[in-house]
Design a protein around this ligand. Structure first.
Ligand code: CA
Length: 293
């Protein structure tokens, strides 16, 4: 049985994104790309702590007790959870000042995958990268427009990926040992009139939960049939991403955005930019942390 969707945290983000669950600390990391900050939501205390950065931040993932890993405009950084000080790990796009990092996530081997997009609306200037455990970075997909959602199947044999303007979810054969991806195919097509796919996550049964940018919802799709199994309506047009959290990994956190709305639209959609949560009757997979070796 599904409970009601509720808004949690009183933060109203411009471009809320990139949720990841830190199971050890029992907190949700998420970002506001345009406000250059990482929010840390503690559901037990119902409180939010904010780490202010100096540039757009597209994604944040757990690392250890003291640091997280974040994909910023100028590269991938290790960021102190105590004071927000940051250390560059690598910037694979020093030659592309008009790009920034966008969504990212760790794979089940603890490698950090993150992709880029143009800051000025160019098509196919982005890429998807993999930061390996030893700190080396490899370009895995080229000619990407808006690199977004990522996820892995529970059997770790498939990787899912979204380049938003394509309006589909791709699957790749995935090699856990090496991080190699191959054999790209389309497994989900977003129906017309329901916006575009943005962030995503995969539940413990392998179903795909996809946020609809411009579509007022998160949908759950079967990756083999492409069929929609259910949907969660969200009181914000721009639904950006989702992630399972909570003690039992049965709570879906959903991020949204308020950018691009007129003052009148913002008044009509007072919850746009909020962080939402809904308890479900299924479980997610844990958020994988970055592992350095
Ligand atoms: Ca996104």
């Amino acid at each position: 049985m599904m409970n009601e969707l509720q808004r949690v945290s009183d933060v109203r983000a411009a471009l809320g994104e990139g949720p990841s669950w830190n199971a050890k600390q029992k907190v949700l990391y998420w970002v506001d790309i345009h406000s250059h900050c990482i929010h840390i939501y503690d559901p037990d205390a119902d409180s939010t702590r904010t780490i202010q950065l100096d540039q757009p931040v597209g994604a944040v993932v757990p690392y250890d007790d003291d640091y997280c890993i974040a994909a910023l405009r100028d590269g991938i950084y290790r960021v102190s959870l105590a004071d927000g000080s940051k250390t560059l790990i690598v910037n694979p796009e020093e030659d592309k000042p008009n790009n920034r990092f966008n969504d990212g996530k760790c794979d089940p081997a603890g490698r950090f995958w993150a992709g880029t997009m143009s800051l000025i609306g160019e098509s196919k200037t982005g890429s998807l990268y993999m930061l390996d455990n030893d700190g080396t970075i490899t370009k895995k997909v080229s000619d990407v427009s808006i690199s977004n959602g990522l996820g892995w199947s529970p059997d770790r044999k498939t990787m899912y990926y979204i380049d938003t303007p394509e309006r589909v979810v791709w699957a790749y054969d995935y090699d856990l040992e090496t991080g190699e991806i191959s054999n790209r195919r389309t497994v989900v097509t977003i129906p017309d009139g329901e916006g575009s796919p943005d962030g995503m996550c995969v539940d413990a049964e392998g179903m795909l939960w996809v946020a609809h940018w411009g579509g007022w919802r998160v949908s759950c799709f079967h990756p083999e049939t492409g069929e929609r199994l259910r949907e969660i309506r969200v009181p914000a047009e721009r639904v950006t991403s989702c992630c399972f959290g909570g003690d039992n990994l049965d709570e879906l956190y959903i991020t949204t955005a308020s950018i691009g709305m007129s003052d009148e639209e913002k008044e009509k959609n007072p919850e746009a930019g909020g962080l939402f949560r809904i308890k479900l009757d299924i479980k997610g997979q844990p958020t994988d942390a970055y592992v350095s070796k």
